[in-house]
Design a protein around this ligand. Structure first.
Ligand code: FAD
Length: 184
């Protein structure tokens, strides 16, 4: 724990203690050495270990020192890019694979949390992308249409429905994505 309010702040002080780790002294043999213990490194290390590999995960400071320990905790499906842009940018095959991967990503996160009983306050009640003005509303409507074509559980809330959930009447509507949620 860094105890630095300017870095991890709230996240660090409200998280359960990290598992004990020890410094690497001397030599160690492994099938795979993973360098960096954020989401990417730990997830890779976990999957490799589950498949029988002997894995050593090395971290320069402490687990979650990077972006993984300082972010907003949103478990999102997709990106800011519109779904139909993926095949245009990546080609039909890779575009489709990327969209499937992104759409399924929150499911994988919830499964991993459940399987390993990870203590991270998971809440899967969807996330809201709030629309500012008419152009913002048009954008989330288009996004809902494009994800809807793929069978994703997303829908546009009216301004009144959004206000009820957000507590502010500032938005023209909101896109509710029920695949998503939050973690600590
Ligand atoms: C302010 C902010 C808000 C964000 N909000 C969200 C969000 O709500 N939802 C979301 O999905 N994403 C969010 N992100 C993005 C997300 O945090 C990153 O995509 C994610 O943390 C990347 O994980 P990572 O494991 O690749 O890298 P990191 O989490 O940065 O981990 C890299 C690790 O490698 C270690 N390291 C580096 N060099 C070495 C070395 N030479 N030897 C050993 N260890 C080393 C570092 O210390 C660090 O612990 C946000 C990012 C920021 C900055």
């Amino acid at each position: 724990m860094q105890n630095d309010p300017l870095s991890h702040g709230l996240w660090e002080t409200t998280a359960p203690p990290a598992p004990p780790t020890s410094p690497l002294n001397g030599r160690i043999r492994a099938d795979v050495a993973v360098v960096g213990c954020g989401y990417t490194g730990l997830s890779a290390a976990l999957r490799l270990a589950e498949s029988g590999a002997k894995v050593v995960a090395l971290e320069a400071v402490e687990i979650g020192f990077g972006g993984a320990g300082r972010n907003v905790g949103l478990v999102n499906a997709g990106m800011w890019v519109m779904p139909r842009e993926f095949p245009k940018a990546l080609g039909a095959d890779y575009g489709e694979r990327a969209l499937t991967l992104l759409g399924d990503a929150p499911g994988l996160v919830w499964e991993t949390i459940a399987k390993h009983a990870i203590d991270c306050d998971p809440v899967r009640n969807g996330t809201l992308q709030c629309a500012v003005g008419a152009s913002g509303l048009a954008e989330i409507e288009e996004r809902a249409r494009q994800w809807g074509e793929r069978g994703a559980p997303v829908r546009v809330l009216t301004a009144a429905e959004a206000a009820k959930r957000i507590g502010s009447v500032a938005y023209a509507g909101a896109l509710l994505d029920q695949r998503a949620g939050t973690i600590q």
